[in-house]
Ligand binder design. Structure first.
Ligand SMILES: *Cc1c(COP(=O)(O)O)cnc(C)c1O
Length: 369
């Protein structure tokens, strides 16, 4: 699904040097490499504050802790997402309230969220799924009206940009109170292990995020709150500094590969190619097709038989996962159900070329013949 080996080979010299310099510095924890990456990412995001942490799941958890969410508070999340989003909500004793998504964008909308708001709702977690921003302007407006926190799950969309109706633009992760991202190796900006970060435009909140991620302390050995230990290590930060310089290039390569797939599948009636929202760029963390009719699993097996990997993100609605059954009052969310049955994601990464894509495309075409 991804080709990190070829990507590494192309930047090998630069990367090896950065890693070895960090090792030689012996500043493995909170070393200068972490500060350097932090300020580079802040600049990339157009200002604000970045708080690095150990992974994307921690970023979500630390955010909810820093915002002071308390057991019993309801947090609205899409039912069609990666488990981490809802997991940390449950872990903190908060109540995940799962809502449906839009069939075109796969993201939740203000209308769907609004219908789920109760007097106990404290926060919304829009997920910018597969690389495209949720439609944030109406979501932010809704959150303002109901006095809710907005925590963006930006693990799949770093580098994407959203355009507001007044023409102003903002990077995903920088629109709500806090944005959370993951540097898992296969993400658009991935390190060589685990990593994550929180981003915010509010200095006070950045301070609290930093404190929660560092055992609740600002001053060493003085703990003002119960926190966690969540750090990005220096070697991963050095890797990320090297790769951040290529992020726009990598995302552009993904967009070109997506356009190539789009053109190839345009005349296959049974396949719906990814929708492009007018007010967001798409950085294609995944290239996800919806199978309009026919057997998605049969297509996947057909591809597997030719050694072509394909992914199903996600096969089960969150509320039907055993771990979350407890939060499910019954009743199905129709779009989430439909997507879990019919989505299929093709190999998508910065190193695709037409020769590789043609193999994948031909295999798919023979299935529909
Ligand atoms: C990857 C991912 C996460 C979690 O990131 P980790 O670094 O693996 O903890 C959270 N949310 C979404 C949508 C993701 O894709």
């Amino acid at each position: 699904m991804v080709d990190l080996k070829t990507q590494y080979e192309k930047i090998r010299e630069e990367m090896d040097r950065a890693i070895l310099e960090t090792v030689a510095s012996i500043k493995f924890i909170n070393g200068p490499a972490v500060k350097k990456f932090q300020s580079e990412l802040e600049e990339y995001l157009g200002g604000g504050h970045v708080v690095p942490c150990a992974n994307g799941t921690d970023a979500l958890q630390v955010s909810m802790m820093a915002l002071g969410l308390k057991p019993g508070d309801e947090v609205i999340v899409p039912a069609f997402t990666y488990v981490a989003t809802a997991e940390v909500i449950a872990l903190l004793g908060l109540t995940p309230v799962m809502v449906d998504v839009d069939p075109d964008t796969f993201n939740t909308t203000a209308a769907l969220v609004e219908a789920a708001i109760t007097p106990r709702t404290r926060a919304i977690v829009p997920v910018h799924l597969f690389g495209q921003s949720a439609d944030m302007e109406p979501l932010l407006e809704l959150a303002r009206r109901h006095n809710l926190f907005v925590i963006e799950d930006n693990a799949q969309a770093i580098g994407a940009e959203y355009t507001f109706s007044d023409g102003s633009r903002r990077k995903t992760g920088m629109m709500g109170h806090v944005g959370c991202t993951s540097f898992f190796p296969s993400k658009n900006l991935g390190c060589y292990g685990d990593g994550g970060a929180m981003m915010t435009r509010e200095a006070d909140l950045a301070q609290r995020l930093r404190m929660v991620a560092n055992h609740g302390q600002e001053r060493l050995y003085y703990h003002d709150m119960v926190g966690v230990n969540s750090r990005l290590d220096s070697i991963q930060a050095a890797v990320l500094s090297v790769k951040l310089a290529y992020l726009d290039e990598y995302n552009a390569a993904r967009q070109r590969a997506a356009a190539y797939y789009d053109a190839a599948f345009a005349d296959i009636q049974q396949l719906k190619t990814p929708f492009r929202q007018h007010n967001s760029t798409h950085v294609f963390h995944q290239y996800t097709l919806v199978m309009r009719d026919g057997d998605r699993d049969a297509l996947r097996q057909h591809l597997a038989a030719q050694n072509i990997p394909a992914g199903v993100y996600y096969p089960v609605p969150l509320y039907k996962q055993k771990a979350f059954a407890h939060y499910w009052a019954g009743g199905e969310l129709p779009v989430t159900e439909m997507l879990c049955r019919s989505v299929i994601s093709l190999p998508m990464h910065s190193e695709l070329n037409s020769a590789i894509q043609d193999q994948i495309i031909n295999a798919i075409k023979t299935f529909f013949k």
